[in-house]
Design a protein around this ligand. Structure first.
Ligand SMILES: [Zn+2]
Length: 362
């Protein structure tokens, strides 16, 4: 059978690209630590922290059923097949290529899976879940290996006193810096006539980034940093004006906050990126911020620290970055960015990146 014949019948598509891995290449054992396919059709996973996963779907044919699989970094020691029950034929754990682990869920027939409804959710840095199918009660008995719920993160958070639980993002711990020493300009992108990107459900970039920017301002102010926002409300501000606010007042840092949209509004495109124009200071600031925002956005891909020629970072005289806090058109990012708890976490993360930079620079 020719390749093109296969292609007609096998519809592969990549579901999601997950968080960038900071695992060192030396540790090459499988990133999959535990998994469980529950009777309600939810697949739960525990992995090494910040693993990069890829999920795939293959529609069933005449001789085999629907298949869903996830590839994990690191090589599996013991490839194995676990017998299924109900509509699940079997679950296979293998190494498709050297250095990888693959978990395959194979159904006994086609049309169980409706991949368009799938959402792979990062519960925290090392746990994931995805609802694969719905079935009548008692038609499938849970299968799994290991304990999925064991969480290995938030060691700092566990130490915190109970009375501080209103801040469940406390694990970010903002560093202290010299008070009244630094002056930072925060630039919420767009505004006024210019809504910026329009995302799922009409979510507007100008609103999302203004909210995040105000929170960053408050957090920095609490830490003794002098902060100015280039816009405080729904006004349209020319780019040169944003730059001159920073240049005129001799700011130490300039941080422009934006959210992305993908061409064609593709819901499968999510991720975070931070731009600088030139110089190691801008790059360092970008790296610090990028690292922190990724921490509070599990499952959203790391698009990296990159050089960009955006007007506001090109023309400011101080270290300047432009941070894209997620895709308003992306299913995963948009669902988060519409929630104030996530915008709060993002603001915390940006603040932490800024403070880390200042504590080095100061
Ligand atoms: Zn923008």
């Amino acid at each position: 059978m020719s390749k093109s014949f296969f292609n007609k019948f096998f519809r592969f598509f990549s579901l999601c690209l997950l968080l960038n891995s900071s695992i060192s290449p030396a540790r090459s054992s499988s990133a999959l630590a535990a998994w469980s396919l529950n009777s309600n059709g939810v697949l739960e996973l525990r992995t090494k922290s910040n693993s990069k996963l890829k999920a795939y779907f293959q529609k069933g044919g005449n001789t085999f059923g629907d298949r869903f699989w996830i590839d994990f970094p690191g090589e599996l020691k013991n490839p194995r097949t676990i017998e299924g029950n109900g509509p699940i034929k079997e679950i296979r754990l293998g190494k498709p290529i050297k250095g990888k682990t693959r978990l395959v869920v194979e159904f006994s027939a086609k049309n169980y899976l409706k991949p368009l409804n799938w959402k792979l959710i990062g519960i925290d840095q090392n746990r994931w879940k995805i609802k694969l199918f719905s079935l009548p009660k008692n038609s499938f008995k849970k299968i799994g290996e290991g304990v999925v719920s064991k969480s290995t993160i938030n060691l700092e958070a566990n130490k915190k006193p109970i009375n501080s639980r209103k801040r469940n993002y406390d694990f970010l711990r903002l560093p202290n810096i010299k008070r009244n020493k630094f002056y930072v300009v925060i630039d919420p992108g767009h505004g006024g006539q210019d809504p910026g990107a329009i995302g799922i459900g009409g979510l507007r970039e100008a609103d999302v980034v203004l909210d995040v920017s105000k929170r960053v301002k408050n957090l920095l102010t609490e830490k003794g940093v002098n902060v100015r926002l280039t816009r405080n409300n729904e006004v349209d501000l020319d780019l040169p004006l944003r730059v001159s606010v920073a240049n005129r007042t001799d700011a130490d840092l300039f941080v422009s906050i934006h959210a992305n949209a993908s061409r064609g509004k593709r819901r499968d495109i999510n991720g975070l990126e931070t731009f600088y124009y030139t110089g190691w200071r801008g790059r360092l600031l970008a790296k610090k911020i990028q690292r922190q925002i990724l921490k509070v956005s599990p499952g959203s891909p790391d698009r990296g620290v990159r050089q960009g020629r955006f007007f506001v970072i090109k023309n400011t005289r101080m270290p300047a970055v432009l941070v894209e806090i997620g895709f308003l058109t992306g299913r995963l990012d948009a669902r988060r960015l519409e929630k104030s708890i996530h915008r709060k976490r993002i603001a915390y993360a940006i603040t932490k990146g800024i403070l880390e930079y200042l504590s080095k620079a100061g």
